[in-house]
Design a protein around this ligand. Sequence first.
Ligand code: CTP
Ligand code: MG
Length: 272
Amino acid sequence: MDSAPRTPVTAVIVVAAGSGQRLGYGMPKAKVPLGGDSILTHALRGVAAAGIARQICVAIPPGDPELHALCEAFAQDLKAERRRAGHAGDGGQLPVVTIVDGGATRAESVRAALAALLPATEAVLVHDAARALTPEAVFHRVSQALAAGALAVIPVMPVVDTVKTAEPATGGGAAIAPELVTGTAARETLRAVQTPQGFELATLRRAHDAAASFDAGQAAAVTDDAMLVELLSVPVYAVRGASQSLKITTPLDLIIAEGLLEGPLGARWVEG
Ligand code: CTP
Ligand code: MG
């Protein structure tokens, strides 16, 4: 008997509805050029190359015609590629591409996408379009953990900096420096968290249903999906991420991403 775990029917949500304030291009970050294409195009190609998605559901800024057209073109390219590869006909594992209007926060964008998943979906990976160069291997590690029974799994990296807590300096201290250190975190226990984050679909839906009633302060503190699942006391597993899976947030990150694309190792090089 085959003891290999069955791969659940998987959708990948790509959240691309942010405005890219910190990158400062005056346009949604998904549109910003990277190596001759847009950040979103790179991200979508990475998802498709991983070959794990029955559906790719993209959340874009509401009513953005350019990003809508970009997603449509990506879907057409996928079909054309598949035809060239000789899989014409039923389309095989060709993923369905769905486009939804994102929300005012990342979590709202995820919720909009969750509402548009195909009924057969069993597992979902939520991926930041801003992590445009995530290697296939990271998608596979997350997907494999879900197939092995995880309800939630995230890709992580060790933290290289020493991390301290601090608060505003008060009294006479404020005349010396703006902040006072309050402690040092144990670095070996810290992990920097990336995407794609993988979930059993019902678990992520439950987590987001609970978060839909958060007040503005609580909502602002939600920076990833796994923390919502942690609030349900569901165990969240971690697999190795990749340094080239950096989130393009600031102009420096964009320079690094350009460098990765031009570098001798290629964009989807994965450290061992
Ligand atoms: N995102 C989203 N909907 C939002 C906010 C963010 O889909 N309302 C997505 C972004 O498009 C991005 C990912 O969530 O792919 C991570 O967010 P971040 O890096 O913060 O992107 P932006 O919000 O666009 O950037 P900034 O915070 O600098 O404005
Ligand atoms: Mg943001």
